[in-house]
Design a protein around this ligand. Structure first.
Ligand code: ADP
Ligand code: F6P
Length: 320
């Protein structure tokens, strides 16, 4: 393959720029032409396609977000729209595509490959870490560390006032951000969609810990694990405590990628280009036991995401 393109799609994640850089520079090293597509599948169907050089990716490795921009493009589920995307690639003579995004992006990639014969390689880029076939996705580690920074600050002020805080974090249906940040930040309670919880038990535990002299408690609530307001109302009403709520929202999705995400981006980006260079079948790249792996798109959804219940049970002992 001599001419390829790269796009970012779905929610942005720290390390996407580092990944684009890895794709561009590996392609140029392999004497391939490389194009950047703006705004994900939306830009692809509109022909927002530009030739890239090594200078196109100067000074981006440390920046969060994605300079190619990203978009949600619901109409991409339509096969006619997918055909328009394939036509746009053909018009530029582009033979292969690298997509960086989450599970939705990969479903689009599979369709483009199955329905239109385009060779596509998917790189997992999302803060949610919700893709079962890979141990980690680009952006997760940075997001967890951003949450951890917030936890450190919240602890300082909550402890000073003997208060209970509830911090809501992102993750869609996946509790990994909450679990990892909660364990690393010493949260007393971690509420995730994967594990049942009982608010009366949490109230009991807050009261018991007060008897032992622990007057400040931190609850981490993963998005998807319950309605924040209902939880706060219940704990305040039945626990006789004031709960302060913190939602750091998009702060955890932006920011400079850390070492782990930049290294992951470099390894994934380089592997994706090698696969296209060798005319391999469409697939997703991932990492398992610190080894870069490839998995066909139709296998990706079949590997169910496993929640780390062992780490969760450790968190319950350590937070006493
Ligand atoms: P993420 O990739 O982070 O999971 P989304 O779920 O928003 O983010 O998906 C990104 C884009 O992928 C969507 O806006 C759409 O263009 C495309 N996509 C999602 N699901 C499908 C599908 N079932 N078929 C085709 N394209 C899809
Ligand atoms: O997938 C990344 C993510 O930040 C999720 O954690 C969250 O549910 C969603 O995207 C928010 O999406 P939007 O950008 O549409 O608010």
């Amino acid at each position: 393959m001599k001419r390829i393109a790269v796009l970012t799609s779905g929610g942005d994640a720290p390390g996407m720029n580092a990944c684009i850089r890895a794709v561009v520079r590996t392609a140029l090293a392999e004497k391939m032409d490389i194009y950047g597509i703006e705004r994900g599948y939306a830009g692809l169907i509109n022909g927002e396609i530009n030739r890239m050089s090594t200078r196109s990716v100067s000074d981006v490795i440390h920046r969060g977000g994605t300079f190619l921009k990203t978009a949600r493009c619901p109409e991409f589920k339509d096969i006619e729209v997918q055909r328009r995307a394939a036509d746009a690639l053909n018009a530029f003579g582009i033979e292969g595509l690298v997509v960086i995004g989450g599970d939705g992006t990969f479903r689009g990639a599979k369709d483009l490959s199955d329905n239109c014969g385009v060779k596509v390689v998917g790189i997992p880029g999302t803060i949610d870490n919700d893709m079962g076939y890979t141990d980690f996705t680009v952006g997760f580690d940075t997001a967890v560390n951003t949450v951890l920074g917030a936890i450190n600050n919240i602890r300082d002020t909550m402890r000073s006032h003997d208060r209970v805080a509830l911090l809501e974090v992102m993750g869609r249906h996946c509790g990994d951000i909450a679990l990892y940040a909660g364990v690393a930040g010493g949260a007393e309670h971690i509420l995730v969609p994967e594990m049942p919880y009982n608010l009366d038990d949490i109230i009991k535990s807050i009261k018991k810990s007060a008897l032992r002299g622990k007057v400040s408690n931190l609850i981490i609530l993963a998005e998807g694990a319950g309605d924040r307001q209902e939880i706060i109302d219940y704990i305040q009403k039945h626990g006789d405590v004031i709960v302060r709520v913190v939602d750091i929202g998009y702060i955890q999705r932006g920011g400079s990628p850390n070492m782990q995400d930049r290294i992951l981006a470099a390894r994934f980006g380089s592997k994706a280009v090698e696969l296209l260079r060798d005319d391999s079948e469409s697939c997703a790249v991932g990492i398992r036991d610190n080894k870069v792996i490839t998995v066909p798109f139709n296998e990706v959804d079949k590997v169910k995401k496993k929640f780390d219940e062992k780490l969760y049970s450790i968190s319950r002992i350590l937070s006493l």
